[in-house]
Design a protein around this ligand. Structure first.
Ligand code: SAM
Length: 291
């Protein structure tokens, strides 16, 4: 994207240096934060260590990071992992990263948008399997998580910093306000849990929301024998209009009349007046057999 790849190693060799101070590098090179790209960098060293620990990354792991930013998490990951492939879209960070990642020889920064890359292009960079660890740009959290969960790539886990309210949605239980289509999309192929809550003061510049780290361990066997595309369509349909009954939502999404939708819901073992938010993943599997 910026016409370079792996520039850190090429330009600076393998000289080891002390942990650089990100704020002074940013000031020295005159980097200007781009709010539209969700640039809130982690400024707390203990938090970096904690995220790496939460991710369970070890010396056998290849790590994919989305959003290199100033490179502080990248650097912490590089100390624990075999290799880190870090994606960033802001070419203005090149001069910051050249300094903050100086001397590190197992990191490759790729200036490309992973949302615009095919699985094959990713695999060429990452190899067969990897873990995702990232302080995600918040404006595209859900597409990024789903890009990896729905891909054919062997993604072992995702450990991601997201807005607190998004984290709550990722791990919500049925019949709660946070329970959503994304909850089920994650639950159907992974086990997710919040590993820590993170105060906004741990970022630079300070954002106007608090955050949380979520670890999502991928388990693709959860949908063995199920029609995954149909289930995903059901999840989306069920939450399309939260105030409406499931029958109304299914009728709209599947182009069937309401009576037909109600009968299918009843045959699956639920009240025709039920709302989507009351159904668990297992309930949705039962419902899918009526379609
Ligand atoms: N990892 C760094 C940290 O923790 O301090 C930076 C995290 S910051 C919240 C998110 C970063 O993602 C920003 O540097 C932003 O430029 C980058 N970014 C935004 N959209 C992106 C995309 N589509 N692909 C890769 N990086 C992106």
């Amino acid at each position: 994207m910026c016409g370079t790849r792996g520039f850190i190693q090429e330009n600076f060799g393998k000289v080891k240096m002390e942990d650089p101070n990100l704020k002074s590098i940013i000031n020295d090179v005159g980097f200007r934060f781009n709010k539209a790209l969700g640039q809130n960098f982690i400024s707390d060293a203990n938090l970096l260590t904690a995220i790496v620990a939460d991710s369970g990354v070890n010396a056998d792991d290849v790590v994919v990071e989305i959003g290199t930013g100033g490179g502080t998490l990248t650097r912490a990951l590089s100390a624990a992992a075999k290799r880190v492939i870090s994606f960033e879209v802001d070419c203005n960070l090149q001069s910051v990263l050249a300094l903050s990642l100086r001397g590190i020889d197992n990191v490759e920064v790729v200036f490309r948008d992973v949302l615009k890359m095919s699985d094959e292009e990713l695999r060429a960079l990452t190899g067969d399997s990897f873990k995702v660890v990232a302080n995600l740009p918040y404006y595209i959290t859900t597409p990024l998580v789903m890009r990896f969960l729905e891909s054919a790539l062997d993604v072992k886990s995702l450990t991601v910093m997201v807005q607190q309210e998004v984290a709550d949605r990722f791990v919500a239980k049925p019949d709660t306000a946070d329970y959503a289509a994304i909850t089920l999309a994650i639950e159907s192929c992974a086990d997710a849990r919040i590993t820590r809550k993170v105060n906004r003061k741990n970022f630079y510049p300070v954002p106007n929301v608090d955050s949380a780290v979520v670890r999502i361990d991928v388990d693709r066997t959860k949908l063995d024998g199920e029609d995954a595309p149909l289930l995903r369509k059901l999840f989306k349909a069920a939450f399309a209009m939260r105030r409406k009954t499931l029958a109304n939502n299914l009728s709209a999404a599947f182009g069937i009349d309401k009576q037909d939708a109600s009968e299918r819901i009843t045959k699956a073992g639920f009240s025709p007046m039920v709302r989507g938010e009351a159904l668990s993943l297992e309930d949705f599997k039962k419902l899918s057999r009526q379609f």
